[in-house]
Design a protein around this ligand. Structure first.
Ligand code: FAD
Length: 315
């Protein structure tokens, strides 16, 4: 019996969400009286996972896994979970997990709950709290299968350092030929990715055109934030689709989300409402975003944002 965590990485670097998943798994393992094993695929510096609560790290290094393939990744994690006798498996509710988790759930005959935001309120029955109805409500969900699979929402539990250390082992699972070849193209624009960001600065059609994105980028740089945009902005080709957030784009669950010239359509809010503090800057006081926001500035972005950026630089 143990808790297994799949620790996502990008270009060899563990994602912040991976550290959060290990911290979360450690909290569950402590209640269960067991330990945490992390499985990492082509990631560097995995011994650092001990500091977040992993007792053991299984390192999988194989060039075949350089590009994400849900079937192959699910098979690797399944083999690790079975080897460790894991009764709980944790991964982040990321874009990759949308494809990976259902396959893994089938392989482990596990009940799967995504977008979980808290430690289980009870181990028997095993009950977790998740967001529902595109973040408008919470649901307490019981998982009754022997093996439980949890998708943890980003920035919900937090990264917790425990000061421990982990034993690191090579793990060589059998990897079936996927039958497809995948080419991965990195379209990320900013220095900070949306998935890893604590703060996101997002621009909408109110910014009039791509030539004005310096406003968003400058503010993001001062805050160490990722940049994002509404759907029409990426549809118009002003920004890359990798920045599109919302119901049909990337989900955002940051500590601070700043929306500039975004009206706050329901499809946009659906993807960002899990963010802890939401700020809107918009000329129209009737824009729906003001109802969803914690703080709002009624004003012209072209006047407000440069002043805000300068003030923040002074801190
Ligand atoms: P607009 O609605 O045009 O709003 C621009 C805002 O800028 C206005 O409120 C205006 O007052 C303000 N403004 C104008 N000038 C200034 C200025 N100088 N300073 C400050 N403010 C200014 N949208 C998404 O974003 N993400 C999704 O995932 C998504 N999925 C969708 C799925 C479906 C099935 C459908 C039908 C729609 C989806 N949409 C999505 C589109 C959504 O309905 C809205 O059309 C879109 O979010 C509006 O984008 P916007 O706020 O940038 O533009």
């Amino acid at each position: 019996m143990s808790v297994l965590v799949y620790t996502e990485s990008e270009n060899g670097k563990l994602k912040k969400a991976a550290l959060e998943c290990v911290s979360y798994a450690k909290a569950i393992a402590d209640e269960m009286g067991t330990s945490v094993t992390a499985v990492a695929i082509n990631a560097n510096d995995t011994d650092a996972l001990g500091n977040y609560g992993a007792s053991k790290v299984l390192n999988v290094n194989n060039d075949v896994l350089n590009t994400f393939n849900a079937k192959q990744y699910a098979s690797v994690i399944e083999q690790a979970a079975k080897q460790e006798g894991a009764t709980v498996a944790v991964l982040s509710s990321s874009a990759d997990s949308k494809y990976l988790a259902p396959l893994l759930a089938v392989g482990l005959e596990a009940g799967y709950v995504s977008n979980v935001v808290e430690k289980p309120s009870s181990l028997s029955p095993f009950t977790v709290k998740r967001t529902a109805f595109t973040n408008k409500a919470f649901a307490n969900t019981e998982i009754s299968t022997d093996v439980k699979l949890i998708g943890l929402s980003n920035n919900s539990f937090g990264v917790v350092e425990s000061g421990g250390s982990a034993s690191v082992e090579d793990f060589s699972p059998s990897i079936a030929d996927s039958g497809v070849s995948v080419e991965s193209v990195d379209k990320a624009v900013g220095k900070v990715t949306i998935a890893d960001a604590e703060v996101v600065v997002s621009g909408g059609r109110g910014l009039k055109g791509p030539e004005n994105w310096g406003l968003v980028e400058n503010l993001a740089e001062v805050l160490g934030a990722a940049t994002a945009c509404s759907k029409p902005v990426s549809d118009l080709g002003w920004r890359s689709h990798s920045e599109h957030v919302g119901q049909t784009g990337k989900p955002v669950a940051t500590n601070l989300y700043i929306a500039i010239g975004i009206s706050g359509a329901i499809q946009h809010l659906a993807g960002i409402s899990a963010s802890k503090v939401k700020v809107v800057i918009n000329t129209d006081p009737e824009a729906p975003f003001f109802k969803a926001a914690d703080y709002g500035i009624v004003g012209d972005a072209f006047e407000v944002v440069p002043v805000l950026t300068e003030k923040l630089k002074a801190f």
